[in-house]
Design a binder for this molecule. Structure first.
Ligand SMILES: Nc1nc(O)c(N)c(N[C@@H]2O[C@H](COP(=O)(O)O)[C@@H](O)[C@H]2O)n1
Length: 157
């Protein structure tokens, strides 16, 4: 059975990047994955001042609106780095928060899909045929977490 998730208040909402699970990366605390992800778009650009506003955004929706604003210039390598940016921050989220790591592990081998009606890159889009890159990252994180769970007791003995 495929597990669909999207909004943070819906079933499996903790898989959404908008869920309120803070992370610390390179010593800086971010209120949600979405804040960090959107801010990375502007590293080293003339619009880098917007990073602070994204960091301080009251909600992930506000962070996303700032990061998607067509008036700000995204870094030129964004398309080639965004998957790795997302991989790093989503892994950190599930390493940090044990309760949602357990929910992720409880999904076993089910396929996870971000059921965004508009996003064909991170989600499946309205046609359900999108790339679902967020779902793929979550399934990778799930495999890594499972390996850690199996290897940890072995390391102790
Ligand atoms: N608009 C919206 N609302 C949500 O609740 C979502 N989970 C998403 N999806 C996330 O949007 C991010 C992509 O943003 P860009 O289009 O690259 O600016 C990514 O975190 C998706 O998972 N969207």
């Amino acid at each position: 059975m495929t597990i669909y998730f999207y909004k943070s208040w819906q079933p499996y909402g903790c898989f959404s990047n908008f869920s309120p699970h803070g992370i610390t990366i390179e010593g800086i605390y971010w209120p949600a994955v979405e804040h960090y992800y959107q801010a990375q778009k502007f590293l080293g650009t003339k619009d880098k001042y917007i990073i602070n506003a994204i960091h301080n955004a009251k909600t992930p929706e506000e962070a996303a609106a700032l990061g998607r604003h067509p008036g700000y210039k995204v870094r030129p390598d964004w398309e080639s780095v965004k998957i790795n940016v997302m991989r790093k921050v989503v892994l950190e989220k599930f390493n940090t928060h044990k309760e949602i790591r357990e929910i992720l592990l409880s999904t076993g081998k089910e396929i996870l899909v971000e059921n965004s009606p508009t996003d064909y890159f991170w989600g499946c889009g309205a046609s359900k045929s999108g790339q679902n890159n967020l779902g793929k990252i979550l399934m990778d994180v799930r495999s890594k977490s499972l390996k850690n769970l199996i290897l940890k007791p072995l390391a102790i003995s």
